[in-house]
Design a protein around this ligand. Sequence first.
Ligand code: PRP
Length: 175
Amino acid sequence: MAESQKIKELISSERIAARITELGAEIAADYSGKELVLVGVLKGSFLFMADLARAIPGHDVLIDFLGLASYGDASNSSGVVQITADLTKPIAGKHVLIVEDIVDTGLTMEYLLENLRTRHPASVRLCSLLHKPERAVKQVQIDYLGFTVPDLFVVGYGLDYAQRYRNLPFIGVLE
Ligand code: PRP
């Protein structure tokens, strides 16, 4: 950890784990009897995906990822989004659940939802660990939400600041 930057814990690893257990149970019940494709949005979702997938152990689940880059400065997304790595399999006719670490302005998710719908899945829903409603530019429906967070720079549990801090086991605030 950089000596100059302090991280204050906002959401402990225990609270994250407990909430993911609840989300997993809800998702398993809602998709009962249906095959589900979990689509993780890299890089931020890698830890959330790993834990969420393990919270629905009895379910028929396929795992895929895609990479997105949004053009903007370090802390602001511009809404111009590029797919840097695409899904490995078609999703036509599949039930898709996007697994995202945070919905901030909503611009990334608006783009992704629109993009995935053109591939004719049976359904598309969104599961996001965090939501920062104060920053919303586009209203995006989050079907499964972990936590609402205030307008602070959050890092950890997959979220970065200049590519660092993704490995923290909790969500913290960069002071
Ligand atoms: C973050 C996050 C979301 C997006 C949310 O990704 O993972 O994809 O920003 O912001 P928005 O709602 O304002 O569009 P980032 O571009 O930082 O990439 P990363 O996942 O590799 O950290």
